[in-house]
Design a protein around this ligand. Structure first.
Ligand SMILES: Nc1ncnc2c1ncn2[C@@H]1O[C@H](COP(=O)(O)OP(=O)(O)OP(=O)(O)O)[C@@H](O)[C@H]1O
Ligand SMILES: [Mg+2]
Length: 320
């Protein structure tokens, strides 16, 4: 019998040794209650891994996802713990938080490295005891959920820099699953390319061997996501066969991949808009975004957002 877990695991394409081992590990840990920390570069498949863990856990509950980078401290509490009617102006009815929704299921906390110290303290208590208090409530509530979190930063470095609590990191990382970059599993590239050619075009397209070989040699900073996007483009330019000529043309129609990667990120757009609005005054831009200034610096660095008059070494220093 094919289970939902098998289906979710087979969505993780790749027959390389690292991918096989990763699927085995997911299967082995899925049925335990251990919290899982999924680490890996952007576009490598961390969210797919989280979904596979939930599906293979055979849990009857739901998979509830939230992105920690998108929540300010006050939103964090409200979103996760909920509120009771009258807790604040505008709280016209009770609001169930994500922790309650995840009861009996899985809570997927994405981009945990971006959590502020305040949010980290709140999260620690909730996962340590399973107890939390809705905003404005008189009593604690309890939720039993399986926690899966994901990050692409080096969490150990954040701990040494005192930006992430080590006690929280230990709680999150009952098991660590490291998702390899595409460059670490080049052998999987032709199969992934063929899969996404069909999926993106809805047609049966063949990929010439020399074109597949070229794909396998490339550098993929955006990992599987970048390969998928390229396949959508080359499919649109091809009839029944993807030739080397069509592939080169598709590649020439894209900006240098790292730039594309940056442009595609909605978060980058949000940051650059806020910075523009505030004349690159990072303090007021960070205020508007509801994030700490150091977080803003770190993201500016990640997305290569360079203030017109500020040399990059200055914000390198500021993020130390
Ligand atoms: N092993 C894989 N097999 C098939 N598709 C994959 C695989 N890994 C990733 N993908 C696809 O690549 C895209 C990006 O994957 P996903 O969103 O899981 O990445 P991520 O690691 O969470 O990235 P980010 O850090 O940017 O959030 C999705 O379309 C996903 O379906
Ligand atoms: Mg993700």
């Amino acid at each position: 019998m094919t289970t939902a877990g098998d289906v979710a695991l087979s969505a993780l394409i790749g027959e390389s040794v690292v991918m096989r081992e990763m699927r085995d590990l997911i299967q082995a840990v899925a049925r335990t209650p251990l919290p899982v920390l999924v680490l890996g570069p952007t576009g490598s498949g961390k969210e797919l891994v989280a979904r596979a863990i939930h599906a293979a856990s055979a849990s009857q509950g739901s998979l509830v996802c939230f992105n920690a980078a998108a929540l300010t401290d006050s939103m964090f509490e409200d979103t996760l713990f909920g509120h009771v009617r009258g807790a604040f102006t505008g709280a016209v009815s009770d609001h169930t938080g994500l922790l309650a929704e995840a009861d009996g299921g899985t809570l997927f906390a994405d981009e945990v490295a971006s959590m502020s110290i305040v949010a980290q303290a709140k999260m620690l208590r909730a996962i340590e005891t399973g107890e939390y208090r809705a905003v404005g409530a008189q009593r604690d509530k309890r939720s039993r959920f399986r926690l899966v979190s994901a990050a692409n930063d080096d969490m150990r470095l954040l701990v040494t820099e005192k930006r992430f609590r080590s006690d929280l990191l230990h709680r999150l990382a009952g098991v660590v699953i490291e998702v390899p970059s595409l460059a670490e599993r080049r052998g999987d590239i032709p199969a992934l390319a063929r899969h996404y050619l069909t999926l993106e075009s809805g047609r049966d397209l063949t990929l010439d061997d020399d074109a597949a070989a070229l794909l396998a040699q490339r550098h993929w900073p955006g990992n599987v996501r970048e390969l998928r996007h390229l396949m959508a483009l080359v499919a649109a330019l091809s009839d029944t066969r993807v030739t080397m000529v069509a592939l080169r043309r598709a590649l020439s129609l894209r900006l240098e991949s790292e730039i594309v990667l940056a442009i595609e990120m909605p978060e980058r757009r949000e940051l650059s808009d806020a910075l523009e609005r505030h004349g690159w005054d990072t303090e007021s831009a960070a205020d508007e975004l509801g994030i700490h200034r150091t977080t803003l610096y770190r993201r500016m660095k990640r997305y290569r957002l360079t203030p017109p008059a500020l040399a990059s070494h200055m914000y390198d220093a500021a993020t130390q």
